[in-house]
Design a protein. Structure first.
Lengths: 275, 288
């Protein structure tokens, strides 16, 4: 019984690779560009190039590929359901119909739409997970704060926003641990979480949420008190112990990104979209 | 009920870069009606080992037999094993999940698919066993209980499943002295009256010395001692080396001995200390 094993989002895997050594701002900007490019990608060729590039980054970082993808495992049933829905319910004119029954219609358009959505989710998840796997929470915070600083001028409390985001990220793992404790306590008194089919298992999850939420609120309250006790007053007037520096690695990263981005945009323009 | 552990090893986060082995080839057996204490420094693997006893962890390497039933066996009824081996967790707050005391204690029996009357009977009995007033507390909000009451409610929730083995994971941590005293006497009485096999994990040497007949010492995932209580505490040097202390009363008597009082070595609890000190005093008196 171990839930946290499959959680990779928000986990930091320390390392010494050139990816780890990049300035957090470079990594955040790069990840954002990759995500935007993925959202405008509509052809299989474009996704193939992105897959190659992501594979290259993962190899370079020294993060075991199996571990980087591990967080996808619990999402697979959900993705499968999404895919089936797209396949049977997506409607488009002038498309090959493979199969027809009542309101359900498996079409070529549906198939491609399903694939497109799955690919997008897979890549979005992998890119963000890869970002947190190779960037510590502290530098992620510093990088984001720095990037969002200009927003202060128009009255957006960027430091507070980033703080909230980082806390949320940290809580993914904390909540998973809490969930594991509650599930274990219920298993100890006779709930068979490890038995039954997908639907039966899902139904057993509901009684777990009440104590989980109560626990989350309690934790949030404790966190507020702890922050108050250390005189946290928001972003105004805060200074940094470590300042960020861009170096030669970051220049290299920019070059690599320009080449990749250029190739991808060319492919996106020149190839036939899947849908 | 008996528990047998054969060559058990366990790693957390297996197959990830964070993999960490916490148990190394553990072998032990616990017989019917025994009262066994498990001690060891923090993070030594006590809880992980104990959670193998009720099949919350299923062994990857080695095996655990509960009354001869292998928890690894695909056909083994794990739910039944978990009802037979009751587990009281470290922080009772995690174990209590229903809104009221009565509903929470009824959770286990309801999972056993008992009738309404039977469940009600079990709740009444379990609350009586831990000294909670059935009438006054049955419909009380769980979060309105005191720390000591919460722990007793948690124990009652486990007892209501009618286990043959009771695993208690550091159940007195964070309680005031009176709360501790109350919980311990409840446990002692259950053990004596119902011949319940009891596994008592604790960080307090005083408690273990006063409660357990046999002690298993675990350090960094290995069993380093498994002997009757007196014999374990006689090896105090080794215990100190791994960061454990002796019971305070043992230390006190030891100091009195070096100061020249005629007292026996290896006194383990307050009542023993009391009898030996009063005997020594009488002897002094007589000599005068």
């Amino acid at each position: 019984m171990e839930l946290t094993k499959n959680i990779t989002l928000g986990v930091y895997l320390p390392g010494k690779s050139s990816i780890h050594n990049l300035d957090p701002r470079t990594k955040i900007i790069t990840a954002t560009i990759m995500i935007v490019l993925l959202l405008i990608s509509r052809s299989y060729a474009a996704f193939a190039l992105s897959a190659l590039f992501t594979g290259f980054l993962i190899t370079l970082s020294g993060v075991p590929a199996g571990y980087a993808m591990r967080g996808l495992k619990p999402m697979l049933p959900v993705l499968a359901i999404m895919w089936v829905f797209q396949l049977f319910l997506f409607k488009a004119p002038d498309t090959t119909v493979y199969f027809h029954w009542w309101i359900f219609e498996a079409t070529a358009a549906g198939l491609h739409m399903g694939n497109l959505i799955i690919l997008r989710v897979l890549f979005l998840f992998t890119v963000t997970t890869f970002l947190t796997l190779t960037t510590s929470v502290v530098s992620l915070t510093d990088g984001l704060e720095n990037l969002l600083k200009p927003l202060r001028a128009i009255g957006i409390p960027s430091q507070e926003l980033v703080m909230t985001l980082v806390i949320a990220l940290r809580f993914v793992l904390i909540l998973a641990e809490e969930l594991e404790k509650i599930i274990k306590a219920q298993m100890a008194r006779g709930v068979a979480f490890d038995r039954g089919n997908f639907i039966q298992k899902t139904r057993k999850i509901f009684p777990v949420f009440l104590p989980l939420f109560i626990g989350a609120f309690k934790r949030a309250e404790e966190l507020i008190v702890a922050m108050d006790a250390r005189s946290y007053t928001g972003g105004k007037g805060r200074t940094k112990m470590k300042t960020l520096h861009m170096g030669r690695v970051d220049l290299g990263a920019a070059a690599v990104m320009i080449v990749y981005g250029g190739m991808l945009i060319y492919i996106i323009i020149s190839t036939e979209p899947m849908i | 009920m008996s528990i047998e552990v054969v060559n058990l090893s366990h790693s957390y986060k297996e197959g990830t870069p964070f993999e960490k082995q916490v148990l190394f080839e553990i072998n032990l057996s616990i017989g019917e009606g025994e009262f066994v204490g498990i001690i060891g420094p923090t993070r030594s693997g006590k809880t992980t080992l104990a959670q193998h006893f009720n099949a919350l962890h299923i062994p990857r390497r080695g095996k655990v037999l509960i009354d001869g039933l292998d928890t690894k066996d695909k056909r083994a009824d794990l739910v039944k094993i978990r009802h037979r081996v009751g587990y009281v967790f470290q922080n009772p707050e995690y174990q209590l999940f229903a809104p009221t005391v009565g509903e929470d204690i009824a959770f286990g029996p309801l999972n056993q698919k008992l009738s309404r009357e039977e469940v009600e009977g079990r709740v009444r009995e379990a609350m009586a066993q831990v000294g909670l007033d059935y009438r006054a507390l049955r419909d009380r909000d769980i979060f309105a209980l005191s720390g000591g009451q919460k722990r007793r409610a948690a124990i009652a929730g486990v007892l209501a499943c009618k286990p043959g083995v009771l695993v208690l994971d550091d159940i007195t941590a964070g309680l005031d002295p009176r709360g501790r005293e109350e919980i311990l006497s409840v446990i002692k009485e259950l053990h004596h009256r119902r011949n319940l096999t009891t596994i008592f994990i604790s960080n307090s040497m005083d408690e273990v010395a006063a409660m357990a007949e046999r002690i298993i010492v675990i350090d960094r995932g290995r069993v380093i001692m498994d002997d009757p209580t007196r014999k374990v505490f006689a090896r105090f040097k080794e215990l100190r080396d791994i960061g454990l202390e002796l019971p305070e009363v043992t230390v006190l008597i030891d100091r009195l001995r070096t100061a020249g009082f005629n007292l026996p070595a290896g006194v383990l609890n307050i009542s023993e200390a009391l009898t030996s000190i009063s005997a020594a005093l009488r002897e002094l008196e007589a000599r005068k």
